[in-house]
Design a protein around this ligand. Structure first.
Ligand code: APR
Length: 227
């Protein structure tokens, strides 16, 4: 079975109504990264950060997987599909994909701010975390998100997966955030690389086949190309 590795970014979930970060009108035009997505921001104003992620979760529980997510889940019938996602939503899993690695954490999980960093699962009916919400050991809970300036614990696992790909398909990421964007450099020389995005992505390696389209339509083109 051919191994297809997917590297997905915010554009993958755009058709589900979840806004991207760096497009016009994206999240980082409305919020200051340093305030809501860094350890320092959380120290300065934890309530603001918790509220930001409560809003992200509210949007997620009101969303559902789009056609692109469903196409990827269905491809598991024919290929060994591994998804490495920068997205913190769980729409790949909701669509039915079984091998999903979250590089930047998961919205529907929280963890303790103590050294043990115990992780807890939230539910669709109970997804808010506020100041004063503590783990059983008495420590404040924080989002299970990799903030800017924090280690990316899954990066080594992601590199190992990319190294064994027959096909790598990059979907809906501006490739501006590292180390995620560097993963494309770990493919075997014999593997084929596709990139699906409606906009031009800068500084791509020359061997990339660009499919200039949104995720769902681009994935349909991709499936025809590899069939
Ligand atoms: N289908 C496919 N791609 C799309 C679509 C769509 N419908 N709509 C927009 N895009 C593309 C944009 O053209 C852009 O290239 O998705 C990309 C989104 O880029 P970013 O907003 O920068 O998102 P991403 O690359 O995932 O960001 C990386 O940055 O802020 C952090 O931690 C956050 O994981 C995130 C990381």
């Amino acid at each position: 079975m051919k191994k297809i590795v997917v590297l997905s970014g915010a554009g993958m979930s755009a058709e589900s109504g979840i806004g991207t970060f760096r497009d016009a009108g994206g999240l980082w035009e409305k919020y200051i990264i340093d305030d809501v997505a860094t350890p320092d921001g959380f120290r300065r104003n934890p309530a603001l950060v918790l509220d930001f992620y409560n809003q992200r979760r509210k949007q997620l529980v009101e969303s559902k997987p789009n056609e692109g997510h469903l196409i990827l889940a269905e491809l598991e019938n024919k290929y060994d599909i591994h998804i490495i996602t920068q997205n913190v939503d769980n729409l790949h899993e909701q669509a039915g994909s079984t091998k999903v690695l979250h590089l930047h954490g998961e919205l529907m999980k929280v963890r303790s701010t103590s050294a043990s960093a115990d992780v807890f699962e939230l539910s669709n009916n109970n997804y808010e975390i506020n100041l004063g919400d503590k783990c059983p050991k008495g420590y404040q809970l924080r989002p299970h998100i990799v903030w800017f300036g924090e280690e990316v614990p899954e990066i080594e696992n992601a590199v190992d997966i990319v190294k064994t790909a027959d096909i790598l398909v990059v979907i809906g990421t501006s490739m501006q955030v590292y180390p995620a964007a560097s993963l494309i450099n770990y493919v075997k020389t014999t593997s084929t690389v596709y990139l699906i995005d409606p906009l031009d992505i800068e500084h791509l390696p020359t061997h990339v086949h660009v499919i200039k389209n949104i995720a769902s339509k681009g994935l349909k083109e991709f499936v025809k190309m590899i069939d």
